[in-house]
Design a protein around this ligand. Structure first.
Ligand code: 5AD
Ligand code: SF4
Length: 518
């Protein structure tokens, strides 16, 4: 196609798209949308809150339907991932499915034939970013009408988000939720051959689908889902609605996946779940919790095992006893506390007090004296007083957290806390976050200083982002280390002598002949 023809084609495409995207009133769009054979399924937050007794079914027979098995041949996909590790891992699954359909991955937006936005709903600013990106993609869609743009992940589980996309962003072709990722092949088919926006979001959580293909992001560290969903219903949190009820994977499936990763040469696994400490509580036929699972994985020949994220309420003695064995079970524990005030914790429905939390920390430290603790904290929960905030500051010091992810409370529609009036001005919340972050930085810097002159074990991940002549990796306690060493050490665990401690990272030099080859 010469330049003139290309321009003409672009003009035709643009007109066709304008028909659908620009010149249709939102009422028209919605009625057109219901006229298709396709059965749309929009989210319903009330249904998503319900917890039902029915058993979760396990499916082991995933396959790509024959009629779409090659639709991706010669085409490219791009997935933008927002939010937590769960989303990152879901992206690996979607990449696996698309690859099996013949698509190839690209990082260039203009080259993509399918773009998926795997979204996060945890705070408002996460959602704003996604809406910004949805807006940016519109000109590309007008130019390339065959491009499929999909929105998935936690935001698509929200009614208000789906309504907004239906009304204002008709250039989106496909919306699907967190429970029906395995339906991606069929949904792409609908989007390719239908003219309307495809919406398939299940508000009732799905079953557990095993054997989904995955294209993992790296070859050194891997995520392994151990459970899905959350039943904790912290009053500020949207996750129990976007991810559904707690469903644990069967231990044998998890263990098989870890063994498979070992065979592929992976050095580290992180067991994933929204509240991993509730693992196994939904099993009716066996008594088997996270402690038991960690004990079984402890016996597998993989150098490093982590888990995230924990809820203090379900962190039991069995798990502490198992973790105390050490070995491949690393002694870095991420234990979100959210607030240091018992009153705020109560309002958050966290179901533990400041004292309960401190008692748990004492127990962990007694069994695992070198344990490193990190946490998540929310400041500015509705009506948080200065004294209550101060209690968070003193808890931060008392526990001696070495790092913390800190957030200003963000009201989420459909959660109980969002219905509360709030007398804390925004600038006070920002001030509190600033004060807390100063303390977090101070404690992190102090924890780093301990390593100056010490030798630490580092799993080498690759070249540092800032300097290709420097290698980067993480210690057992998850501290980032930048160091000089041979490229051949990438993918291995090496010893590094620390020469400089910074606030959030360490610099060092590799000790020669320390490569632990597995
Ligand atoms: N506002 C601010 N932070 C939140 N988190 C969860 N929900 C909200 C919210 N509505 C934080 C919690 C959680 C982390 C993943 O995100 O600290 O542990
Ligand atoms: Fe949200 Fe609380 Fe569940 Fe964590 S435990 S995902 S904060 S509801």
């Amino acid at each position: 196609m010469n330049e003139e023809q290309r321009k003409q084609q672009a003009q035709i495409n643009q007109e066709a798209n304008f028909d659908r995207i620009k010149n249709t009133s939102s009422d028209d769009m919605i009625s057109k949308y219901f006229q298709t054979n396709y059965e749309p399924q929009s989210p319903d937050i009330k249904k998503a809150r319900k917890r039902r007794k029915e058993d979760v079914q396990f499916h082991y027979d995933f396959s790509i339907p024959e009629d779409v098995a090659t639709v991706g041949k010669g085409k490219k996909f791009l997935i933008r991932t927002y939010g937590c590790q769960m989303n990152e891992h879901d992206t690996e699954v979607m990449a696996g499915i698309l690859t099996e359909m013949g698509y190839e991955s690209t990082s260039n937006t203009e080259d993509a034939d399918i773009i998926l936005l795997n979204t996060c709903a945890i705070r408002e600013n996460a959602e704003n970013k996604v809406f910004g990106e949805i807006g940016h993609l519109k000109p590309l869609k007008l130019e390339k009408p065959d491009l499929i743009i999909g929105v998935c992940g936690c935001m698509s589980q929200e009614e208000s988000v789906v309504d907004r996309i239906l009304k204002k962003h008709q250039h989106i072709d496909l919306i699907f939720g967190t429970h029906n990722i395995h339906r991606l092949p069929q949904l792409i088919k609908e989007a390719l051959f239908g003219k309307e926006m495809i919406v398939e979001v299940w508000s009732k959580e799905g079953d557990v689908i095993e054997n989904l293909p995955k294209v993992r992001k790296g070859k050194i560290k891997a995520w392994v889902n151990i459970m899905y969903g959350c039943d904790k219903f912290c009053t500020y949190c949207i996750v129990p609605m976007t991810r559904g009820k707690e469903r644990s994977r069967r231990p044998e499936d998890i263990i098989q996946e870890v063994r498979h990763l070992v065979a592929q040469g992976y050095q580290e696994v992180t067991l994933l779940g929204q509240n991993v400490n509730a693992y196994g509580k939904d099993f009716e036929d066996i008594q088997y919790g996270l402690g038991d699972l960690m004990n079984d994985i402890h016996k597998i020949d993989i150098p490093r095992v982590r888990f995230t994220t924990s809820h203090p309420r379900d962190f039991d003695d069995r798990l502490i006893e198992v973790l105390a064995q050490g070995g491949n079970l690393l002694d870095h524990i991420h234990l979100p506390v959210q607030s240091g005030s018992t009153e705020i914790l109560k309002k958050m429905n966290r179901k533990y007090s400041r004292e309960d939390y401190l008692e748990l920390v004492r127990k962990i430290r007694k069994a695992i004296p070198n344990a490193t603790l990190t946490t998540d904290i929310i400041v500015g929960f509705p009506n948080e007083t200065e004294e209550q905030f101060e209690e968070t500051m003193t808890l931060m010091e008392e526990v001696g957290f070495e790092a913390a992810y800190t957030y200003i409370y963000s009201p989420r529609e459909g959660t109980p806390a969002a219905r509360k009036t709030d007398d804390v001005p925004e600038d006070v919340k920002k001030q509190r976050l600033y004060r807390l972050n100063e303390l977090v930085n101070k404690q992190s810097a102090e924890s780093m200083k301990k390593y100056d002159g010490q030798t630490v074990k580092v799993l080498v991940e690759g070249e540092s982002k800032k300097d290709p002549d420097v290698l980067a990796g993480y210690t057992e306690k998850n501290k980032l280390v930048n160091f000089k060493g041979p490229k051949s050490s990438i993918g291995n665990i090496v010893e590094v002598e620390i020469t400089e401690a910074k606030t959030w990272s360490l610099n060092g030099i590799m000790v020669e002949n320390t490569v632990e080859v597995n």
